[in-house]
Ligand binder design. Structure first.
Ligand SMILES: Cc1cc2nc3c(=O)[nH]c(=O)nc-3n(C[C@H](O)[C@H](O)[C@H](O)COP(=O)(O)OP(=O)(O)OC[C@H]3O[C@@H](n4cnc5c(N)ncnc54)[C@H](O)[C@@H]3O)c2cc1C
Ligand code: SF4
Ligand code: SF4
Length: 431
């Protein structure tokens, strides 16, 4: 471990929209901030979204300037592909922990992001940033609007052929890189570790993984962005342009049978959004949403929902029981029509499962002895939810965004402002 202790006023863990907003608020108040992101790029889920409800603004157009502002801020140091763990509170109220920087096997300062390594690499695996719909190489720039936009070697899938080393014009490939550990001290900590997506493969009756034309809403989101994997919306089994698409809401939310009682808050509205985007992308297609309730609770949400109905999206109040595949890849949905209790069947050529949010369990293991308390749902516990929603079970540690529970982007940003203000006031009190 490096002997030099790095010192910051605050450490923000997680570089999604919540982490960036918290870091910027603190940095604008002259605090030195370390932003720690475990992925190769910061940006969180938002950088991978198409447009945002209810305004249909382009998500990347909002996120990329914020990412640049974060990356260029003189008071913010960003460590990507890194983790901050074993955090402990010291008697003087400050914090100490271990920063682990994982090796990219690429010299960050030398890589230009030219992707020559990617071109020659023979090893192909599923692209996690396109949610498995296409492949990527073992030498790869994570995605086109990544920040930093530099390559990494996926050593697990590398066959050590050396082609990338020979092709790199900047001599940036370095297979001798090792994991680096540094002790870091800070006056305050903000936990912005975000959420996990529910994996609908566990609900076997919906057939994800078994029937190729059953996809998740995140896969559909990727098909609707400008940096999409294909030039059109396609169904995976035979690359047919779908013309009769079904959405199943509440997959992994409000479902006690799988131990997930919480409403994910965003699935109704992102499905309403995707329905509208599909109407634009495929004007001849039918879109049907199977729902139990449509929770259009926010400002402008009800109007957005009514707008989608006006555009021709069909809403069926029905509980989907099973999905089965026909020989031609079409899917038969068997559902209970809630209005009259009857069981009905309908055929669609693509089914989108609107997956919910789950807590990111990593938040609980950031602190030595798992000292940061989680609530009964597994999110970071807000000890004073009504009066001070950013405060946690440890004084001086604050929570921002979906690390404390499901919320949309505006609410994540608002909660990050609160976390930064609380952290600032804690730092001032302790000085
Ligand atoms: C399909 C879909 C569509 C959506 N559409 C919309 C929409 O149109 N409008 C809207 O308002 N909301 C939408 N949302 C919700 C939106 O994605 C969230 O509100 C937002 O991403 C929350 O941001 P966050 O920063 O809290 O979490 P995240 O985006 O999850 O970011 C968390 C970050 O922390 C990092 N991290 C995690 N653990 C660690 C660790 N241990 N150490 C370091 N880093 C860590 C992660 O890699 C990630 O970068 C949608 C969600 C989904 C699933
Ligand atoms: S050494 Fe590994 S990463 Fe480089 S080209 Fe060969 S397989 Fe790809
Ligand atoms: S590692 Fe080399 S070849 Fe690959 S993107 Fe960076 S500069 Fe280009």
């Amino acid at each position: 471990m490096s002997q030099d202790n790095e010192k910051y006023d605050a450490i923000v863990i997680g570089g999604g929209i919540a982490g960036q907003e918290s870091a910027l608020n603190l940095a604008d108040s002259d605090q030195k901030v370390l932003l720690v992101e475990k992925d190769l790029s910061f940006g969180g889920k938002m950088i991978h979204l198409s447009k945002v409800f209810p305004t249909l603004d382009c998500s990347a157009c909002i996120t990329t300037p914020k990412m640049s502002e974060t990356a260029r801020h003189p008071n913010i140091t960003i460590c990507t592909y890194s983790e901050f763990t074993e955090i402990e509170k010291l008697p003087d109220g400050t914090f100490t922990g271990i920063l682990t920087r994982h090796p990219r096997y690429v010299i960050e300062k030398d890589c230009t992001g030219c992707q020559d390594c990617e071109e020659v690499c023979p090893s192909v695996v599923e692209d996690q940033y396109q949610y498995g719909m296409v492949g990527r190489k073992a030498a790869y720039v994570p995605f086109s609007i990544a920040n930093p936009r530099i390559a990494a070697i996926d050593i697990e899938n590398c066959i050590l052929c050396g082609a990338c080393e020979r092709a790199c014009p900047a001599d940036a490939i370095d297979f001798t890189q090792k994991t680096e550990k540094t002790r870091v001290n800070a006056g305050s900590v903000i936990v912005a570790t975000g959420f996990r997506l529910f994996d609908p493969a566990v609900i076997r009756k919906y057939g994800l993984g078994k029937y190729k034309n059953v996809v998740t809403s995140m896969q559909m989101e990727r098909q609707l962005v400008p940096t999409r994997p294909f030039n059109n919306v396609l169904r995976p089994k035979d690359a047919k342009v779908p013309d009769n698409i079904a959405y199943v809401l509440c997959v992994g939310s409000r479902d006690l049978t799988i131990g997930s009682p919480v409403c994910s808050q965003v699935c109704c509205m992102y499905s309403v959004k995707q329905g509208q985007l599909l109407m634009g992308a495929l004007p001849m297609a039918d879109v049907t949403v199977y729902y139990l309730h449509v929770r259009a609770f926010g400002k402008g949400f009800e109007e957005f929902y009514q707008q989608s109905r006006g555009m021709g999206v069909k809403y069926v109040k029905g509980k989907v029981g099973t999905i089965e595949e026909k020989e031609n890849g079409d899917l038969i949905l068997r559902y209970e029509d809630i209005r009259d209790g009857s069981v009905k069947e309908e055929t669609h050529d693509l089914v989108v499962l609107s997956v919910g949010m789950l807590p990111n369990p990593e938040a609980g293991s950031l602190f030595a002895g798992n000292a940061l308390e989680l609530d009964e749902f597994g999110y970071v516990r807000q000890v004073d939810m009504l009066k001070n929603p950013a405060s946690t079970s440890i004084e001086g540690v604050f929570v921002a965004g979906t690390a404390s529970g499901p919320m949309d982007i505006p609410d994540s940003i608002a909660s990050s402002g609160a976390a930064a203000a609380e952290a600032l006031s804690y730092l001032k009190r302790k000085r």
